[in-house]
Design a protein around this ligand. Structure first.
Ligand code: FAD
Length: 143
């Protein structure tokens, strides 16, 4: 079973480019190995990360993420079974949205209405917004 998780957290101290690149290369190595894909957004010390993959692999990855002292205040916005991957090509993409984009994504609804949840292929509004944001960014971001 595939599962998708999205969370918010705050860096314990601000990440510069080198720290972000270091985090990204560790994450991509692990994720490629365990079959987890997704994207990481960083804005002014705050993270929003969406992960998807086999449920057990997502659990293992979340254990690593929860154990990291590089961030705190982790708050899960979404944790549910998914039918297919949204970011299948990304072992972990990185984007640095503007504050207003970040706020729009973090305050979007990440729950589907009960009727929508029964529709095959439906996605929570927050995930639709994240996919739209990513489509506008992806050309300029390394995998
Ligand atoms: P950590 O507890 O992370 O800390 C290591 C050291 O970094 C500490 O000494 C600390 O003082 C120092 N540090 C703290 N803040 C900073 C900073 N801002 N800049 C530089 N150094 C700092 N793992 C995956 O497998 N896949 C993922 O997709 C994934 N995504 C992640 C996303 C986020 C936002 C974070 C924070 C972690 C993520 N991880 C992911 C986990 C990561 O790859 C490591 O496994 C995890 O951070 C544990 O690493 P660590 O043992 O170095 O300890």
């Amino acid at each position: 079973m595939l599962r998708g998780i999205c969370y918010l957290s705050s860096a314990t101290r601000p990440f510069d480019e080198a720290a972000l690149e270091g985090l990204l290369s560790e994450s991509r190595r692990n994720n490629a190995h365990s079959g987890v894909s997704g994207v990481l957004l960083y804005a002014d010390g705050d993270f929003l990360q969406y992960l998807e993959g086999p449920s057990a692999a997502v659990d293992e990855t979340m254990l690593r993420i929860r154990g990291s002292r590089r961030h705190r205040g982790l708050r899960v916005l979404l944790d549910e079974p998914i039918e297919q991957r949204v970011f299948a090509d990304w072992w972990m993409g990185l984007a640095r949205p503007t504050r207003s984009h970040f706020l729009a994504l973090s305050s979007a609804s990440w729950k589907r209405a009960a009727a929508a949840a029964r529709q095959p292929g439906s996605m929570p509004p927050g995930l639709v917004l994240l996919e739209e944001f990513w489509s506008g960014q992806a050309g300029s971001t390394a995998r």
